[in-house]
Design a protein around this ligand. Structure first.
Ligand code: GCU
Length: 675
């Protein structure tokens, strides 16, 4: 049975003998042109593994093609002359071309890593059973730093992790390298991820000790062969706790020297170290504000410590104050917007997709488009903290795409979040994107087998944000679950709809932050008391006898004013605001008629009920594909869908009954079942 360990790199024997034969003829040998390297060796090994599995063919490795035909040539060459007669767009340093030349398949790119990415693209072609004749695959990543952020702790726990414990075995490192690290690197390289932050943003200073740096270096030695660099989250107060200094003030000369020395020590241990990720002055973490300094002064101090080393600082904008009695929505903007232009060139500001915290649907963060002088890293969450952990099937491709595609109007129409992030709107030299990993020690990596698709989709979108989330879902399904056409269509359809279904049975119409206190699981809309008002549910939904929703127009908190006029216009009028964002911005009377013809109360009920019923639909769809799926995997997902169905009803009933105490209206007669 398939235990999910191999992810989308399954390489099972292709079923069609004729097709196999054609592939076999085109892939009889592999040749590295010019000098080989560890990264090119990884490409060779992957081809050998893939071709053995998919075609049952053992391929030989030769030094060059000489006059042979029917092989795969790996070619590192400067972008301009990939082939003499190829005049198509220039590749960037990680971009590849795969094409046919004199009876061979050439995988070419300007760097070793580019060729590795091209190799995975070629294997994907085989796995999804595409023709190899007249091959012309050309692709360059649109974003330079494509990061996974692990929220893993030294003791092996994972903050907001639902797939077992951490995959890093700190007690065994550096001597013992779990073979899993290599498979992890392969999986990441196959989707173009080139950087991993290995520890939690709520960071332990321990990672900066010589003892742990050696362990991190051991991981780096595996990842390096796959074009992946390691980064560390840093604990701001480390100069005090580790260095014994009296302060961690970023303007203090001793503190600056401590960080410079520490950074040099890191580079001595890990020569290709990627840099730092920082959560400071947020949720109780220390930071420069403890000394009256601002975020830019903190980030610039680390940028200075990086000096001539090839490393960057990613400074997080996820900040909000305990004693704020305004609107949490506005806080990051208010703290960071005035600092635009004050960050050093090596510093990027990392912004969550939405202004609150990884809700199932959020409007885009108002900082996107508001800091033209600062490269902004988009942070999305793959671990399903607020989206049903590892029991609910929620494919995140549509969520990530929705954010990327929204227009900020920063420089007129077409200034989408994607184009702000890839640097094209403001002509930035560096660009980044980060996904909070959903990976753990579970045999299948992500707990929910379908969670693998979120890791996959994130990587594919980080590489090319113009890809459609449905196309990615299809590609993943074919590589991971089945190539049977009808099943592929059914599964892809379920995946594409799953996020909207989740929104409907949990937080429809723009409701947000009404989940269970601190665990972030299940409904708790009645939550009114917590250590902080902005951790309650009532702070966000504001239900009363009149209506429901957070008024963020000029009559309310005026958070809407943080957006460009075009966005304000789209969302500012409750009559025309898209229903998906309605309660994010408006307090709407229960009896108000919406564009659907239903009143707010009836629409709310409609969405909760049809949302929960749609999980039954998902179950039915999954039953249909049973013959095409590995039995153990099918049973696993079927069981999780049962839990999801039960909990969708829990959400529906809890929320409808609670809001009914304000709306004081009956639940409408049963709704017609959805598709
Ligand atoms: C959320 C999450 C925390 C996490 C934080 C962050 O609030 O619940 O566990 O530390 O995000 O992104 O820093």
């Amino acid at each position: 049975a398939d235990d999910g360990y191999r992810l989308w790199l399954k390489y099972d024997l292709l079923p069609d003998a004729a097709q196999r034969k054609a592939y076999q003829q085109a892939a009889q040998f592999v040749a590295v042109e010019g000098t080989s390297s560890p990264v090119l060796q990884s490409a060779v090994k992957e081809l050998q593994l893939g071709l053995k599995g998919l075609l049952g063919q053992t391929v030989s490795v030769t030094a060059g093609a000489a006059k042979k035909q029917g092989g795969i040539l790996l070619r590192v060459t400067s972008s301009a002359n990939v082939t003499a007669n190829d005049r198509s767009a220039k590749l960037n340093k990680e971009g590849y071309r795969v094409f046919s030349e004199k009876g061979n398949i050439v995988v070419a790119g300007p760097t070793d890593a580019a060729v590795l990415y091209g190799t995975f693209a070629l294997l994907r072609q085989l796995q999804t059973q595409q023709p190899l004749t007249n091959l012309a695959l050309t692709s360059s990543p649109k974003i330079e730093y494509r990061m996974l952020n692990h929220w893993d702790n030294p003791n092996g726990t994972v903050e907001r992790g639902y797939a077992g414990s951490s995959i890093w075995k700190w007690y065994e490192l550096p001597e013992l390298l779990d073979p899993r690290y290599l498979d992890y690197a392969r999986a990441n390289a196959s989707i173009g991820i080139n950087g991993v932050v290995i520890n939690n943003v709520n960071a332990s200073a321990r990672y900066l000790t010589p003892e742990y740096l050696r362990k991190v270096a051991a991981l780096a030695s595996v990842f390096r062969r796959y074009g992946i660099r390691v980064y560390l989250s840093v604990f701001w107060a480390a100069p005090k706790t580790l260095g014994g200094l009296a302060t961690s003030d970023p303007l203090d000369p001793n503190v600056r020297r401590w960080w410079t020395d520490k950074t040099n020590e890191i580079y001595k241990t890990i020569p290709d170290f990627g840099g730092f990720l920082v959560k400071a002055n947020s949720e109780g973490e220390p930071g420069p504000q403890d000394y009256g300094r601002n975020h830019a002064e903190g980030a610039n101090m680390l940028a200075e410590a990086l000096g001539q080393h090839d490393g960057i600082v990613m400074w997080r904008a996820f900040v909000y104050k305990a004693n704020s009695n305004g609107d949490r929505f506005k806080e990051a903007y208010e703290e960071f917007k005035p600092l635009d232009g004050k960050f050093a060139t090596k510093a990027l500001v990392q912004v969550k997709n939405g202004p609150i915290d990884f809700m199932a649907r959020e409007p885009f963060h108002p900082l996107f488009g508001a800091m033209p002088s600062t490269p902004l890293v988009l942070e999305v969450q793959l671990t399903q903290e607020y989206l049903g952990f590892a029991t609910h099937m929620v494919y995140l491709g549509p969520l990530i795409k929705e954010c990327l595609e929204t227009d900020t109007y920063a420089k007129g129409k077409g200034s989408t979040v994607a184009k702000v992030v890839d640097g094209s709107v403001d002509n930035h030299q560096i660009s980044g994107i980060a996904g909070v990993a959903n990976i753990g020690s579970d045999r299948n990596w992500t707990g929910h087998p379908m969670g693998q698709a979120n890791w996959y989709a994130y990587g594919r979108l980080a590489w090319d944000h113009t890809l459609s989330s449905a196309v990615i879902a299809k590609e993943w399904t074919r590589m991971t679950l089945t190539n049977e056409p009808k099943a592929v269509t059914t599964i892809t359809n379920m995946m594409v709809k799953s996020r909207d279904i989740y929104v409907r049975y949990t937080m429809p119409l723009g409701l947000h932050h009404i989940m269970g206190q601190s665990i972030h699981y299940g409904p708790e809309p009645w939550l009114a008391k917590s250590a902080r008002p902005d951790w309650t549910a009532v702070y966000y939904h504001k239900a009363d006898s009149i209506g429901l929703g957070f008024d963020r127009t000029a009559k309310g908190s005026n958070a809407l004013s943080l957006y460009k006029p075009e966005v304000q216009q789209a969302w500012g009028n409750p009559q025309t605001c898209p229903l998906n964002y309605l309660l994010w911005f408006h307090h709407v009377p229960w009896k108000q008629q919406l564009s659907t013809g239903r009143t707010l109360w009836n629409e709310l009920c409609y969405r909760y009920y049809t949302g929960a019923d749609s999980v039954t639909w998902m179950q039915q769809q999954w039953t249909q594909v049973k013959p095409a799926i590995d039995p153990a995997l099918h049973a696993d997902v079927a069981a999780r869908l049962q839990t999801q169905r039960k909990e969708a009803i829990w959400w529906r009933d809890a929320c409808v009954l609670y809001f009914q105490t304000y709306a004081k209206q009956p639940i409408p007669a049963p709704f017609a079942p959805p598709e």
